[in-house]
Design a protein around this ligand. Structure first.
Ligand SMILES: Cc1cc2nc3c(=O)[nH]c(=O)nc-3n(C[C@H](O)[C@H](O)[C@H](O)COP(=O)(O)OP(=O)(O)OC[C@H]3O[C@@H](n4cnc5c(N)ncnc54)[C@H](O)[C@@H]3O)c2cc1C
Length: 496
């Protein structure tokens, strides 16, 4: 089969690929080829989305996202008018479900005004007049610049433009692999190119990885679901009704929901792909935030925070789903995992000790389980070999728990500092954290020292890894003391 040659090869024909191909052709008059695995363009996200023309309410003023959204909104309106594509230009209303959401609503109002979006803050009565189906508490945000259009019509118009400009479409043509330098193998033979543009939507990461690009990124897809109202339905909404009003700072419950959707999305995606066991990284927080004595899997979970509740719900979802589809799933309940990374509390603790901002901690005789990242990897490997009738969840920890002043001293020594002779009395720490709580309540801002951070230091969170040791032969070989030099090296390198 002869090799097709082109200047620009665009994979594939979603709205991004077709728009880029059309623009490349306009600007360069070069040979532009678009390949698409489906038999027509826009069969995935681009032709099956909600068609909302976003106004730019959520984005921080001055950011690229804000600028692109607002400029995109203006241009897409113009394009729809030019092509005779109907636009439902009624706007949208954002409501507050509780009074606690009102500050976020005001923040969105301020952001919208700063972004130049046409918005009004309306009261409950005015909302009823705008949209009788909506309810709010106190105030609602009426966004006039949001519109809805038919994405399939937009897609068809852009494809027609691209064809008219001279872009060549190879439909039913899937990218398979690289074929030497500047050439790819497709289901319809080889294509040699000058430049390759990867717009393969949810598969863009796989293609990028084949070119050694973005190796640290992968796409986690989410499924969207639409409901169509029956014609006889009493709901006759003219507006887009949106309940969530703070995208950047979701409330605890929203965060819980997001976590939940993420977990469910990933697991459904995985469950259909492979028959390898699934190891779900859960948390010991499913047992609560602190412990009295040593806790193991025989304890009934009672998660207290949204994070822990979402993990517990996800654990159950994974197990049910595994049963339904017929794959093996194991949840590993993890305490704080540490290693050379900027994430987590240790990096901040090392920085605070290094800069003399950390109080000399007293001996409090608490017991905190933690997990070296190397031990986590070891446990994961063992869990992957779990048989069908194995235990569904295991607690994984380093061999022994740690006492907080022991950790403090190891970090001090690792940083080359002398262990102080005096210790701050516990009552003084407690007083400091109570002051932190008061400042937090008065200002509404979080402060570094409060009773929750103190609890993390002096409270006990002690768990047993006996079951995984007994059943799967888990044998932790790393301890905190082994990780300290590496963590300190990482911290120092990050200062350069
Ligand atoms: C449920 C849902 C609702 C949404 N609502 C909105 C909204 O209201 N407003 C908004 O602005 N955005 C919305 N979005 C987002 C928007 O739809 C996407 O950002 C946009 O369509 C992405 O376009 P794309 O071209 O990158 O991807 P896609 O449209 O997914 O196109 C990727 C193309 O790559 C092709 N492909 C994949 N692998 C290969 C291969 N190996 N070889 C050849 N071809 C391949 C696929 O067949 C597909 O045609 C929504 C998305 C979803 C899922």
């Amino acid at each position: 089969m002869a090799v097709v040659k082109c200047d620009f090869l665009v994979i594939a024909a979603g709205i991004i690929g077709v728009s880029i191909a059309r623009e490349l052709r306009r600007r360069h008059r070069a040979k532009v080829v678009v390949i698409e695995k489906e038999s027509s363009a826009g069969q995935h996200a681009s032709g099956r989305n909600s068609g909302v023309l976003h106004a730019g309410v959520y984005y921080k003023p001055g950011t690229l996202k804000a600028r692109l959204c607002i400029e995109g909104n203006r241009r897409m309106r113009e394009y729809c008018r030019l092509k005779g594509i109907p636009l439902n230009d009624n706007g949208k209303v954002i409501v507050a479900r509780t009074a606690a959401e009102l500050p976020a609503l005001h923040e969105l109002h301020a952001r919208s005004l700063a972004n130049g979006v046409r918005v009004d803050l309306v009261d409950e009565q005015a909302l009823k007049e705008i949209e009788p189906c909506a309810k709010t508490v106190g105030r609602a945000l009426y966004v006039k610049d949001t519109a809805v259009m038919n994405p399939q019509r937009v897609m068809a118009a852009i494809v027609a433009d691209a064809i008219q400009e001279g872009v060549a479409f190879h439909l039913g043509c899937a990218w398979h692999s690289r074929a030497g330098v500047d050439c790819v193998k497709t289901s319809q033979g080889q294509i040699a190119y000058g430049h390759l543009v990867n717009c393969a939507g949810l598969f863009a990461d796989q293609i990028a990885h084949a070119f050694d690009a973005g190796l640290h990124y992968c796409i986690l897809p989410f499924r969207g679901q639409f409901y169509r109202l029956r014609p006889e339905s009493k709901v006759q909404a003219r507006f887009v009704l949106v309940g969530r009003c703070d995208e950047d700072n979701p409330t605890a419950i929203e965060r819980y929901q997001l976590q939940q959707w993420r977990h469910e999305g990933v697991i459904e995606w995985w469950g259909h792909r492979d028959d390898m066991p699934v190891v779900f990284a859960s948390t010991v927080k499913v047992f609560g935030e602190t412990t009295v004595g040593c806790v193991d899997e025989s304890w009934t979970p009672c998660p207290e925070t949204p994070y822990a509740r979402s993990k517990w719900a996800a654990e159950q979802f994974v197990m049910d789903y595994a049963k339904k589809i017929g794959f093996i799933a194991v949840s590993l309940r993890l305490p704080m995992v540490y290693g050379p990374t900027q994430k987590g509390n240790f990096f901040r603790m090392i920085a605070a000790i290094d800069q003399g901002r950390f109080p000399p901690l007293p001996h409090v005789n608490n017991a905190r389980s933690m997990l070296h990242v190397g031990n986590f990897v070891h446990a994961t490997k063992l869990a992957l070999q779990q048989s069908r009738n194995g235990q569904p969840a295991y607690v994984v920890t380093d061999e022994n728990p740690y006492e907080i002043s022991e950790i403090y001293e190891l970090l001090l020594t690792g940083l080359g500092k002398t262990i102080p002779k005096w210790r701050m009395p516990l009552w003084m720490l407690k007083m400091g954290s109570a002051c932190g709580d008061m400042i937090q309540t008065a200002t509404g801002r979080s402060v570094p020292v409060n009773s929750s951070t103190l609890e993390k230091l002096i409270g006990s969170a002690w768990y047993s890894a006996a079951a995984i040791t007994r059943n799967l032969g888990y044998c932790p070989s790393y301890r905190f003391i082994d990780a300290v030099p590496e963590m300190i090296r990482f911290y120092r390198a990050s200062l350069r």
